[in-house]
Design a protein around this ligand. Sequence first.
Ligand code: CP
Length: 331
Amino acid sequence: MNPTKRDFLRLADLSLDEHRALFARARTLKAARSAAQVITTLAGRSLLLLFEKSSTRTRVSFEAAIQQLGGSAITLPMQDSQLARGEPLEDTARVVSRYVDAVMFRTHGDARLETFANASRVPVINGLSDGGHPVQILADLLTVVEHLGPRASGATFPDSLEVLRGKQIAWIGDGASNMALSWIEAAHLFDFTLRLAAPPAYRPAAADLSKLAKFPDGVTERGRVLHCDAREAAHGADAVTTDVWISMGQEKEAAARKASFDGYCVDAELMALAKKEAIFLHCLPAHRGEEVTAAVTDGPQSAILDEAENRMHVQKALLELMILGAFPSNT
Ligand code: CP
């Protein structure tokens, strides 16, 4: 076992200083790609992408990220592996972590994620679990910083955590979903307010809330989560965000969920309550006409494509930190 190996299963697995450096590094890597500058900090390194659920963005953005940094990706859907025929998760983790330098795992329960990470000798990155989607939130936060923070001055980027502090983010929809849980964690870590508009039956469980309220650096209270209705949540918000009402694995609940979330669609009327410079975020895939209208999804305040692109840039920075143990300073 590598005694220095670290995992990224939740946002709080990095310190605030590491998050600050990660956002800066992501912006450096984004600017380098835009300038067609080739960076090969992960040459010779391999990443395994292990999926127990479907994916488009996570798969392609991680594959592109490591390949552009000079490394290679191996993608293994669950149904093609011996896991589907009952091989223990621990055996799989012990074996594959002798082949590769890091593993991204998309799975169901957080217990599976932790079991895998505990058995792996290389870093494990959460690519979405029931308890959160932390790599997506990193991309979302980078998008907020780019759109609402001061412009970069040459190669110097504003302190992302300063930009995030005090922001008002509106979450409209399923407040117990993995995206909502990661937004809650982010509000506490990065000291902003999350205004959560969710039907009472779809609010986060108290146990989840207390797990996510991590107050770093000896601070006793930081960030806030306010329960409100959709209009209150959107009023004066810096960003409005949502996700599908029926996530992977919830298909049997579709009718009940659609009925419960009636009135929680992000439409132009709701966006008009937010600040005039507010952005709309959605991790995608989106269901136009359910959780968000087509006019908002494809409208002038929508930042969804920057958000999707930023997956790759933040994941490049994260892979460097996880695999190399630090951000390279000379590229
Ligand atoms: N947002 C996201 O994780 O997309 P995929 O499910 O396509 O990977």
